[in-house]
Design a protein around this ligand. Structure first.
Ligand SMILES: Cc1ncc(COP(=O)(O)O)c(C=O)c1O
Length: 368
C-alpha cells in the first residue's frame, strides 16, 4: 500500500463539536463544512457532527448541499454563497436555507419561489466591514422592508462575518461588532436566526447573546489560543514512511536549489510526501517530522512528491519507519499551528491542501 496517508479521527470531530456546543450553549452550533469539510471529507464530517448532535450545517455552494442530501444527511443545510439564477430552482425544490447577499438576489429568489413549489428561507448577509458579500448597514432597514413584501421569501435572520476576529481591540472588529449589535433591535420580528461568530469570534465570546454560531476551524480541532482551555483535539494527521536512508558526507547538497549543505556527515532519510500532497513548499529547510518519537528536521527544498529528513541523531532509524508530518507520534506532536506559522500560512490552508490531495489520491482514511 502507498505509504503516505491522511487519517481522520472521527472521535476527535465528535469531541470538538461537544466541547464548543457546551461553550456556546444555549446558542446553537452550525458547523461550517464547506470545501470538503476543510479537507476532512464533507459527508464523513457531517455524519460525525450529526452523531454529536448537530442539527444544521453551513456549506458554501449548492453542490455541497446536494452531495450531503444524496448521502442521506437530513439536517438543515445553509448555503452561504447564495444562489445563481440557474441554481435557484433546484435549491428551492430541495428546501435549503440560503444566504441572500443583496436585493437583486432577493428579487430573483422571489421570482423562482413564486413559480416553484415552496417559499425560500433566507438569511440576509450584511457587510459590516468585511468588504465582501452583503448589504451595507445603512441599507438594512430598506432591504428588510422590501424583502418582507416580496412573495415567496421568508426572512429568518441576518448575518455578517468579521474581517479581523483575532484582534478584539482592532478598530474594525469593534466597529463590526457595534454595527451588528445596533442593527438587531430594529429587525422585523421574524428575524430571529441572527449570527456572526466563526471560530475566533466564538473563542473570544463576542456577542454571546446571538442564537447561532458558525465555527469552522475549531471544530476540526485546530488548537485554541492561550488562555482559553477547551478540550479540542485535531482530527487530521499526515503520515508517511522512510523509503530510503543513506549517509551523505559533510558539504553534500540536499534537494533542489542548493539551500541545504550538510555541516556534518548525515544520515538522510527520504519520505514520499511533498507539496503535491499538500505539504507546503514553504516548509523547506524549516519543517520537522516525527520519527521513532523524536523530532527530525526537514532538509532542503520540499519536492513535489518527496522530502528529506535528517536522521543523524537516530542512527537506529531504517527504511519502513513511520514518519508523521502532522499529528502525534509517541509523546510528540506536530500541530497545524506549528506548520502554518512556519509556512506563514493559516491552518485552513494546511488542512484543505493536505486533505484534498489525500482524497484525490484515495489516501484519506477514517478511524473511530
Ligand atoms: C461566512 C463564514 N462563516 C464562517 C466561517 C468559518 O470560519 P473559521 O473556520 O475561521 O471558523 C467562514 C470561513 O471561511 C466563513 O467564510
Amino acid at each position: 500500500m502507498y505509504p503516505t496517508e491522511v487519517i481522520i479521527d472521527r472521535s476527535a470531530l465528535r469531541q470538538n463539536f461537544r466541547a464548543i456546543a457546551s461553550l456556546v450553549s444555549p446558542s446553537q452550533l452550525v458547523p461550517v463544512i464547506k470545501s470538503d469539510g476543510y479537507g476532512h471529507g464533507i459527508v464523513e464530517v457531517a455524519r460525525a457532527f450529526a452523531d454529536a448532535g448537530a442539527r444544521q450545517f453551513a456549506v458554501f455552494r449548492l453542490e455541497e448541499a446536494l452531495t450531503l442530501r444524496q448521502a442521506g444527511i437530513t439536517q438543515d443545510l445553509w448555503i452561504m454563497m447564495g444562489l445563481l439564477p440557474e441554481e435557484a430552482e433546484v435549491a428551492n425544490d430541495a428546501g435549503f436555507r440560503v444566504a441572500c447577499p443583496d436585493l437583486a438576489n432577493a428579487r430573483m429568489l422571489s421570482q423562482i419561489a413564486t413559480k416553484g413549489k415552496r417559499h425560500f428561507d433566507i438569511h440576509l448577509k450584511i457587510d459590516t466591514g468585511m468588504g465582501r458579500l452583503g448589504v451595507l448597514p445603512e441599507s438594512v432597514a430598506d432591504a428588510t422592508r422590501e424583502i418582507a413584501a416580496l412573495p415567496g421569501l421568508r426572512l429568518h435572520g441576518i448575518f455578517s462575518h468579521l474581517a479581523n476576529a483575532d484582534s478584539p481591540e482592532h478598530p474594525v472588529t469593534r466597529r463590526q461588532l457595534d454595527c451588528f449589535r445596533a442593527l438587531l433591535p430594529s429587525l422585523p420580528a421574524t428575524c430571529r436566526e441572527n449570527h456572526l461568530c466563526a471560530s475566533r469570534a466564538i473563542l473570544h465570546r463576542y456577542l454571546p447573546e446571538l442564537p447561532y454560531v458558525r465555527p469552522g476551524i475549531c471544530v476540526y480541532g485546530a488548537p485554541e489560543f492561550p488562555g482559553l482551555r477547551l478540550d479540542l483535539r485535531p482530527a487530521m494527521s499526515l503520515r508517511s514512511r522512510v523509503i530510503s536512508c543513506k549517509t551523505l558526507p559533510a558539504g553534500a547538497n540536499v534537494s533542489y536549489n542548493c539551500i541545504c549543505t550538510l555541516k556534518r556527515p548525515s544520515l538522510v532519510g527520504v519520505l514520499p510526501v511533498g507539496y503535491a500532497d499538500g505539504y507546503l513548499r514553504e516548509l523547506s529547510n524549516c519543517g520537522e517530522a516525527l520519527v521513532r518519537g523524536r523530532r527530525v528536521p526537514i532538509l532542503g527544498t520540499v519536492c513535489m512528491g518527496m522530502v528529506m529528513v535528517d536522521l543523524s541523531d537516530l542512527p537506529e532509524a531504517q527504511v519502513g519507519d513511520e514518519a508523521v508530518l502532522l499529528g502525534k507520534q509517541g509523546d510528540q506532536e506536530i500541530t497545524v499551528w506549528e506548520i502554518s506559522e512556519k509556512a506563514r500560512s493559516i491552518a485552513h490552508v494546511v488542512y484543505c491542501g493536505i486533505g484534498s490531495a489525500a482524497a484525490a489520491a484515495g489516501q484519506r482514511h477514517y478511524q473511530n
